[in-house]
Ligand binder design. Structure first.
Ligand SMILES: [Zn+2]
Ligand SMILES: [Zn+2]
Length: 133
């Protein structure tokens, strides 16, 4: 598989991975919810040797959202790119920051005990752009 590229919203921080090493999960934990300002965050593990920053490392900030867990984000635009526990062999990629298609689909929802009560799995109307298009 060719390398996959990812970036933050302002394109200051860029990274590359050799592929996803673990299944894609939608994480509903309350720290992901707040860090992403989203009902859940789509994540997957990538072995450290398969992850590299390409640009913008000087713009990275970190936040320790629970003891020993560091979340890395762009200090210019706020995109959360990955998280890590330094002792683990993998980092936890924020899959939606990929610019290339990993050609895998999510395998599970995790931390649903933290899920917001207003999220439903029912089929909703889908609009290609803004509602009413
Ligand atoms: Zn940025
Ligand atoms: Zn989470």
């Amino acid at each position: 598989m060719p390398a996959l590229n990812g970036s933050c919203l302002c394109n200051t921080v860029r990274y590359q991975i050799d592929g996803l090493d673990m299944p894609i999960s939608h994480c509903h934990c309350h720290t992901c919810r707040k860090a992403h300002a989203a009902a859940f965050a789509t994540t997957a593990g990538v072995l450290r040797e398969h992850f590299r920053w390409l640009a913008g490392q000087e713009a990275l900030g970190t936040f320790e959202s629970s003891p020993g867990k560091l979340r890395y984000f762009c200090t210019r635009c706020g995109s959360h790119l990955m998280a890590e526990r330094p002792a683990q062999p993998h980092v936890i990629l924020r899959v939606a920051t990929l610019d290339d298609d990993p050609q895998l689909t999510p395998a599970a929802h995790i931390w649903t005990e933290h899920a917001v009560p207003w999220l439903s799995d029912e089929a909703l109307p889908r609009w290609r752009q803004w509602q009413g298009d």
